[in-house]
Design a protein. Structure first.
Length: 247
């Protein structure tokens, strides 16, 4: 029997044109930072909703530097934390405490939130997820198999060893090739790694690969949406993503 909340979720999202899921095969690769950046650059040109579904360690409210919360009117209304940028976080409900939930409880929370959240006018939703193959990402793969998946990896051997397996699960569950974002979190550059056997193999499992350069003093740009939009490497990242033609 179909959960009525699933129908409620579909109704709330019926006018959303695109869902972007930002995920990673391990922690510490800059996934939430890239969720923040993607949300900032998208909202220059369209109305964007951002969901932080990292139940144990949500951090986007820190990156956005916001303590705004939702209002209620026939459901919950995410606050507009910046022009064209609406934000939904589990911290609204957990009060910044970790939620120790798993299994069916994860599904219940995701369905409940999306079934009661009003996304009026929102064109694109960006979902930040916890790292690795968790119950959260498996639920999102089930409900949003038509989404665009952005898999974030650092240029380290530890990330290399897990990212291909992670991508293969996305392909298996959705039939869709994700976009791989290689994030230089250490500032050492990529060198000739793009010519390696690893990258050649990844080409068969990803729609395309985008290299995001090291950003010095990234914490200085938390909450400074206009400033981060002006960084040349961020502008280049937006051009490479080419949201309007490729997504």
């Amino acid at each position: 029997m179909m959960d009525v909340r699933f129908e409620g979720m579909k109704d709330k999202l019926k006018n959303v044109k695109k869902v972007i899921v930002v995920c990673s095969s391990k922690g510490g690769v800059g996934k939430s930072t890239l969720s923040y950046i993607i949300s900032c650059i998208l909202s220059e040109d369209m109305v964007v909703g951002v969901c932080d579904f990292d139940f144990t360690g949500p951090s986007l409210h820190i990156l956005f530097r916001t303590d705004m919360s939702f209002t209620e009117s026939d459901g919950i209304n995410p606050p507009e934390i910046y022009k064209n940028l609406f934000f939904l976080s589990v911290t609204f409900f957990s009060k910044d405490k970790p939620l120790a939930i798993r299994g069916s409880s994860i599904s219940d929370v995701i369905l409940e939130l999306l079934a009661i959240t009003n996304w009026d006018g929102v064109e694109t939703i960006v979902i930040d997820t916890p790292p690795t193959i968790t119950d959260t990402i498996l639920e999102i793969l089930k409900y949003f198999h038509d989404a665009e998946f952005f898999v974030v990896s650092s240029n380290s051997i530890l990330s290399y060893s897990t990212v291909l397996k992670f991508i293969s699960i996305i392909v298996e569950r959705t039939g869709r090739l994700p976009i791989l974002v290689m994030n230089d979190i250490s500032g050492v550059g990529f060198g000739n790694k793009s010519n390696s056997t690893f990258y050649q193999e990844l080409l068969n499992y990803s729609k395309r690969t985008i290299f995001f350069p090291y950003l010095n003093n990234i914490e200085e740009y938390y909450g400074k949406i206009e400033d981060i939009r002006k960084i040349e490497s961020v502008r280049k990242f937006k051009r490479e993503l080419n949201f309007y033609e490729k997504i």
